[in-house]
Design a protein around this ligand. Sequence first.
Ligand SMILES: NC(=O)C1=CN([C@@H]2O[C@H](COP(=O)(O)OP(=O)(O)OC[C@H]3O[C@@H](n4cnc5c(N)ncnc54)[C@H](OP(=O)(O)O)[C@@H]3O)[C@@H](O)[C@H]2O)[C@@H](O)CC1
Ligand SMILES: [K+]
Length: 506
Amino acid sequence: MIRTITPVYLTDEIRTIEQTVFDLPEPPDLMEKAGRATAEIARKYFVLNCDSRILVLAGPGNNGGDAFVAARYLKHWGYAVTVIFNGDPDRQSQDAKQARLAWQGGEENIYSEIPGTANGQKWDLIIDGIFGIGLRQDRPMAGQYLSWINTVNAMQKPVLAIDIPSGLGSDDGSVYGAVINADITITFISPKPGILTHYGPQYSGRIIICDLDLDPVAILPPRAWMINRKLASILLPPPRAANSHKGSFGSIGILGGNNGMTGAAILAGRAALHAGAGRVYLVILATSAPDVDIVHPELMMRSPSELFDLDTLDCLVIGPGMGMDEFTYGWLERALDTDLPLVLDADALNHVAFHSELARKLKQREAPAILTPHPAEAARLLDTDTAVIQGNRQIAATSLSEKFCCQILLKGAGSICARPDGTCFFNTSGNPGLSSAGTGDVLSGIIGALIVQGQTPEDALLLAVYLHGAAADELLKRNNGPVGMTASEVSNAARLLLNDWIYKKS
Ligand SMILES: NC(=O)C1=CN([C@@H]2O[C@H](COP(=O)(O)OP(=O)(O)OC[C@H]3O[C@@H](n4cnc5c(N)ncnc54)[C@H](OP(=O)(O)O)[C@@H]3O)[C@@H](O)[C@H]2O)[C@@H](O)CC1
Ligand SMILES: [K+]
């Protein structure tokens, strides 16, 4: 299954692939392919005509080499192209030098500075080839390159980034000084983690992958992949059999909703219903817990002990709005002692972070568990701070997975699903509309619902994360967000989408 989906490589891995290709008896000209592909994307995706003026920024390395090649093709196709380059020609690689000379061989000029900002009005497209995966993170960006990036961003013109928006860390998605704000990023060989997570989704715009006619998976087995529509469709449950019954779709228990937070448990419960669970048992811990959810009376209310006495449960979601008192500690301990698949969210994670005996139980249990921390919860679990988590989300997610021997979903822009074997998946759906209270509760309900319907916890997690983000994207399309998007709407939209996908309506 995994072989058919899109791999994601770290910079070192891309370098290994590149070196393997260069060591071939007759290596392909990767820079020529990369530059030409860039020019083709410019022509295809941006509104250009024969009068269009294109500004190409070429940096000192091979990203700049790609830019020179792109400039040559675009010029050849009739556009007015201006190239800016102020690197040291003597320090260019052989390929980049050749690309520059081929541009100059066409008697074209090279300028060392972007013409004054007043002239910024004249560009129809800006191509960013300043830095790619070779951006040094130990050297703060300064001087002319910092100024180029700020100048381009201030122009607010269409921007195509080559390989990765300049200034973005290709492995971590951090901002190193300043970052080009791109409309489209054409990325080579594989998408880089940095464009998929942290600040990447904000600055990369639409991502177009160009494999340069290589089969990277055959060269280097990947350790990370993208979660996209293609992967989601592979993971979908089959259409329901005509003679199915509620028992066919499993029973989920959800425990949370302490005083002041009953909504969290209700949201998770409703989401589990919408995602197709056959039976949903809900424990609302609040002293004034309602006997029934009037909107969804299908939810079966139970006390905690009644829940644990059920012999039909297939998965337990524990934590949404649960609170941190000693009783909840006890219920979590009891959950960890079951052999049910568990989804641990919110305060269940905080309990694990603060009580080493719970962490030990979690690590030692044989049944699977999924932990769904947001960055602050992840920081507590790793005993660090949020900035460290966000500074390298992939490392944080894999460290958590290793530490607790569980699957981890590190939430936030570009959510990461990590497995204890060190592999991980980057989600590509979702938008800032999800930044509101309750969306995490909905997600935990969806994950659990897919598990009780028979999916492996691994598959359920990937599909749930993508579905949850895609539901938010649907709401965005209909202008129900990002401002004011609610968790309940995400839950409803997820149901629509899941049915659409399973029954191939879209
Ligand atoms: N891999 C592949 O298979 C393929 C790769 N290709 C392309 O090559 C790109 C990678 O090229 P790359 O390795 O030359 O690095 P790149 O991003 O151009 O930057 C290095 C230059 O920037 C400089 N520099 C760095 N940090 C800096 C800072 N903070 N502030 C200031 N300067 C800084 C650094 O200076 P130095 O450290 O040497 O002093 C050096 O001059 C890749 O992204 C893709 O576009 C394609 O052609 C086809 C296949
Ligand atoms: K770039």
